[in-house]
Ligand binder design. Structure first.
Ligand SMILES: [Zn+2]
Length: 154
């Protein structure tokens, strides 16, 4: 068995779509950064890479490289899954906690869960999607994602 942990944060910015878990959520602001700013897919990618002691997402897809500007973060996740497979492991389940003030994730949690399950090739009941508000942390203008994954030898 292997476990992996991933963490990511992105700042809210006006004029861009909000993408979380591979889905565009209705909101008046999106998440800035290189690629599409998908904080949840980035944390999942890092958790997968961490579980196999691989390079992190920033080393594989440097923000300084223009080819990753506005990139679909599902590409990063797919590369991590490919590396997991090559290392001889299989994803069992993942759990996540998002921390953001708005929008409410609850109404979208089921759609995000199903989309991530499909991207990762695991059943939807093996994907945990939880969200908290950033009370007392002073991070109201950011979205943060924490992810753990469990893997077994394939
Ligand atoms: Zn990121």
């Amino acid at each position: 068995m292997r476990i992996g942990f991933g963490w990511d944060s992105h700042e809210f910015k006006s004029g861009i779509p909000l993408k979380i878990g591979g889905l565009i959520l209705p909101h008046d602001q999106g998440l800035g950064g290189h690629s599409d700013g998908d904080v949840l897919l980035h944390a999942i990618t890092d958790a997968l890479l961490g579980a196999i002691a691989g390079p992190d997402i920033g080393s594989l897809f440097p923000p300084s490289d223009p080819q990753w500007k506005n990139a679909d973060s599902a590409l990063f996740l797919k590369e991590a899954l490919k590396r997991v497979k090559a290392a001889g492991y299989k994803l069992v389940n993942l759990d996540s906690t998002l921390i953001l003030s708005t929008p409410k994730i609850g109404p979208h949690a089921e759609a995000i869960r199903e989309h991530i399950a499909k991207l990762c090739g695991i059943p939807a009941n093996c994907v945990g999607i939880k969200a908290k508000t950033p009370e007392g942390t002073g991070t109201e203008n950011a979205a943060i994602a924490n992810v753990v994954v469990l893997m077994k030898r394939s």
